[in-house]
Each structure stands twice: as structure tokens, then as C-alpha cells.
Design a protein around this ligand. Sequence first.
Ligand SMILES: Cc1ccc(-c2noc([C@H]3C[C@@H](O)CN3)n2)cc1F
Length: 331
Amino acid sequence: DTGSAAAVPIDPRFDIAYVTPVTIGTPPQTLQLDFDTGSSDLWVFSSHTPTSQIRGQEIYTPDKSTTSKLLDGHTWSITYGDGSASRGNVYTDNFTVGGLAVASQAIQCAQQVSSSFTTEESIDGLLGLGFSTLNTVNPASQLTFFDNAKSKLGSPVFTADLKNKQAGTYDFGFIDKAKYTGEITYVPVNPDPGYWTFTSSGYAVGSGNFSGSPITGIADTGTSLVYLPTAIVTAYYRQVQGATNSRNYGGYVFPCSATLPPFTFGVGETKFTIPASYMSYAPVTDGSSTCFGGLQSSSGIGVNIWGDVALKAAFVVFNGANPPTLGWATK
Ligand SMILES: Cc1ccc(-c2noc([C@H]3C[C@@H](O)CN3)n2)cc1F
């Protein structure tokens, strides 16, 4: 079997996050989920979510599904990198993504979500595509959709073809040659503790020379920006007129009119260039002429993160074979 579904930016102006339609239960209930390779819980706004915490999101109502089953006594609780959090109980039900079906997928129903989820009206929940070791369900950890689907897939892979300010695609079980150019460069993945962790072969700022120092980090579709070591980030913003590291805005900002250099990162022998236009993320507040950079420092995080700003510049294969690998191709 295979599956293929659109990854749609939640805001037409800035690529904050992408949502993908999924169906849950019988008859099918359609929700828009944020596919996140940096976590491994599949959770949804639901009939168990207090109405005061719901603002326009679609919800999953297990009682309306003839195939839903309560996973008695199981609970979950998760906190994301930005401090957002949710928790709740667990059902199993039929689940499909782009025509690929899994019977009895663990569906984590929110009984509590933090305000940042309430206000993100376009996101009805998250679908974790990290390794199942990260799943937070207690007392028994649950498998991700990808792990449940793997045995049905021609090839144990999924691919991310995220795009700048337009809809891209998540494919499951096959590699679509029409989505990339040249060869795919595969690099090793360390699946411990559960992220798609790989090592980039280096970077360059604009037309500067390539610095071949290894950068270990995670490929994270659920993170909007790229977070790298401070030395790399300062080297980049040294080339941006008027750029400053703003304590007020929590990162590097610059005049939206500034000329930005592109940013190149290496994967094996291949080089990927993030266009300058991707390196300006958004005005710091609506209508401001000060813009927030798409590249920020990872010093406060503890891990380097290749988020959407980088992933949009490539076609990425998440190879769930044993051992797992990551494939990168230009497009
Ligand atoms: C409101 C909201 C907040 C955070 C996230 C979110 N989703 O994925 C991630 C990153 C960070 C790391 O935790 C795993 N991947 N963050 C989504 C939201 F809709």
C-alpha cells in the first residue's frame, strides 16, 4: 500500500506550520493535523476537550464512531519545544492518511491543551513521525501511524516535500522520482532517543567559502525555523545590514528591507542552498518593518534543529528501515 497527502501552510503569508488531512473512525471524521517528525504522539482536539479551550478546531468524537475503543486506564501528557502542552486519554480507531489505512491506531484525545494550541485555530492536533520510543502514553507506549503502517508499505519510508508558501506533500511507502532532481544522498540516522538525528557536513553563508565542520541535529517538520550553533548564526547575520540579536523578540531581527544572503548546508557531498527569501521568516508583529530571521541560535535549546526553513529547500526521505537513514535531494 501507499499514501499521499497535501501539506498545506496554515498561513498564506508565513510558513509557520503545515497541516495534512486525515480521517478517523467510522463514518470517517476528517481533521487537519500537523505532521511532526520531532515527536511521536498522535493527539487530537476531541469531544473530551473543554469547549473553553476549543476555538474553531475540528474535533474527533469517539462516541460517534462505531469502530472506536477506549484504551482503558491509558493517559498521555506532552510538552513541545516552545512550551506548548496537551494531555488526555486514549482510544483506538480506524485511521487513514491519503488513502493509506491503519486499523486500531492509538488516537490520543486531548482533555487539556495549552493556550497556544487553543489560539492556533487551523491545527486540530499533531501526528508524530518520530520514533515510537518518544511516545508518552502510559502505562503502555503506543506506536506511531508510520510504525503501524510500515508492514503494509512497499518500502518502509515516508517523504516530505514541503514548499515555500504553497502546498507540498507527504508520501508514504514510495519515493516519487518526479519530486526531486539528481541523486538522493543518504546519511546515517541515530534513532536514540527518538529523533531523526543526522550530521550535516557543514555550511556556507551566501557566496562565502564552505566550512566543513560537522553539525549534528534533528530533521523536524514540526519546527518552523532552523536553529544552529551561535558561531554559525553570528557569521550569517554579520552579512545582514542592521541585524541585531534582540532580547525583546527572542532572536535575530533585521529591517525587512535588508538584503539577506542565502544559506547553504551540506549533506554528505551534496550542498543545499536555502534561498534568501526563506531566511526572512515574518515581521515581528503584524505590519512591522522589523523581520524575524529564519535562522536562529540553538544555544538555548540543547539540540540543533533543521526545521521547515531548511526542509523546504529539499526533498527528504525518512527511511524507516533497519538501520534508519535520511535521504536528501535537491528539487
Ligand atoms: C501551538 C503549537 C506549538 C508547538 C508545535 C510543535 N509541533 O512540533 C513542534 C516541534 C518542536 C518539538 O517539540 C517537536 N517538533 N512544535 C505545534 C503547535 F501547533
